[in-house]
Design a protein around this ligand. Structure first.
Ligand code: PGA
Length: 257
C-alpha cells in the first residue's frame, strides 16, 4: 500500500541561509569570521551554513558548532587522478552541504548541466546536501528565455536523482545578471522563477517532493533586501556572496529569516 503526501501549503521547510565565501579568506580569517557568526547563536528555526574555500574547511569545521559547513565545489568521482580537485567523500569529513553548479563554475570552468548532474549524484551518494545553482544570464532574460533555461538546467541537473533524493536537496535560483553586480532581482521576478522551479520539480517528481525541496534566491542579497525575499511564499532562504563576508550583514540576514 502506498501513502501519498497530502498536498497542502503548510509543509514546514526550515529556512536556509547560506554564505558563499568564494575565493576569499584564508583559514585564519575564516575562523575569525565564523567565530563572530557563532557569537550570535543559537539561531532560531533557521539553518545557517557557510561555504569557505576548501583550504579553510577544516578550520571552520573545528570552530563552528551552530553554523554548518559547506564546500563550494566537488568532483563527481570519489577519488582518482584529478589534479587539484576534491571529492564529496573527502569533503564530507568537514562539510554537510555542497554548492553544485554555481554560475561561476559554469562560466569560468566549463561546467555543463551533464557535469552538474554527476556532481549532484556524488553529493547525494556521500550524504552531502547539495545546493544546486541555476539561473539565466542577462541575454537569456531579455530574450524571455528564463523559463527554458531553468527547465533545461533542472531536467538535466536532477536526472541522476530519485524523488527521495530530491526531497533533501536545495535549489538556488541565481540569475547570473544579479550575481556580484548589486543589481539584485526584484521580489516579483524571484517569486515567478521560484514558483516555476517548484512546478517543474512537481512535474518531474510529484507534488510531495516539490513541497519538500528548499528553493533559495541568490544574487546581490544584502541585509536590507533579504527580508523582501524571505517573506515570499515559496522562498526558503537565500544564498549570499559578498554580504556573507561581513559578519553584521550576514547576522542581520539570518535574523530576517
Ligand atoms: P553575491 O553572490 O551575493 O555576491 O551576488 C551570490 C552568489 O554567487 O551565490
Amino acid at each position: 500500500m502506498r501513502y501519498y503526501v497530502s498536498i497542502s501549503k503548510n509543509v514546514m521547510r526550515t529556512k536556509l541561509i547560506a554564505g558563499n565565501w568564494k575565493m576569499h579568506l584564508d583559514p585564519r580569517q575564516s575562523r575569525v569570521l565564523v567565530r563572530r557568526i557563532e557569537k550570535h547563536a543559537p539561531f532560531k528555526d533557521v539553518d545557517v551554513v557557510v561555504c569557505p574555500t576548501a583550504l579553510s574547511l577544516a578550520a571552520v569545521a573545528d570552530t563552528a558548532n551552530n553554523v554548518a559547513v559547506g564546500v563550494q565545489n566537488i568532483h563527481y568521482q570519489d577519488e582518482g587522478a584529478f589534479t587539484g580537485e576534491i571529492s564529496a567523500s573527502m569533503a564530507k569529513q568537514y562539510a554537510r552541504y555542497a554548492i553544485v553548479g554555481h554560475s561561476e563554475r559554469r562560466q569560468h570552468f566549463g561546467e555543463t548541466d551533464a557535469v552538474v548532474a554527476r556532481k549532484m549524484a556524488a553529493a547525494v551518494r556521500n550524504e552531502l546536501v547539495p545546493i544546486m545553482c541555476i539561473g539565466e544570464n542577462l541575454f537569456q532574460r531579455l530574450d524571455r528565455e528564463t523559463k527554458h533555461v531553468i527547465h533545461d538546467q533542472l531536467m538535466t541537473g536532477l536526472t541522476m536523482l530519485t524523488g527521495r533524493d530530491v526531497r533533501g536537496i536545495a535549489i538556488a535560483y541565481e540569475p547570473i545578471w544579479a550575481i556580484g553586480t548589486g543589481d539584485n532581482a526584484k521580489p516579483e521576478q524571484v517569486k515567478q522563477a521560484v514558483d516555476y522551479i517548484r512546478g517543474t520539480v512537481s512535474e518531474m517528481f510529484g507534488k510531495g517532493v516539490a513541497e519538500q525541496v528548499r528553493i533559495l534566491y541568490g544574487g546581490s542579497v544584502k541585509a536590507a533586501t533579504a527580508p523582501g525575499y524571505l517573506k515570499l511564499d515559496g522562498v526558503d532562504g537565500v544564498l549570499v556572496g559578498g554580504a556573507s563576508l561581513v559578519a553584521d550583514e550576514f547576522i542581520n540576514i539570518i535574523d530576517s529569516a
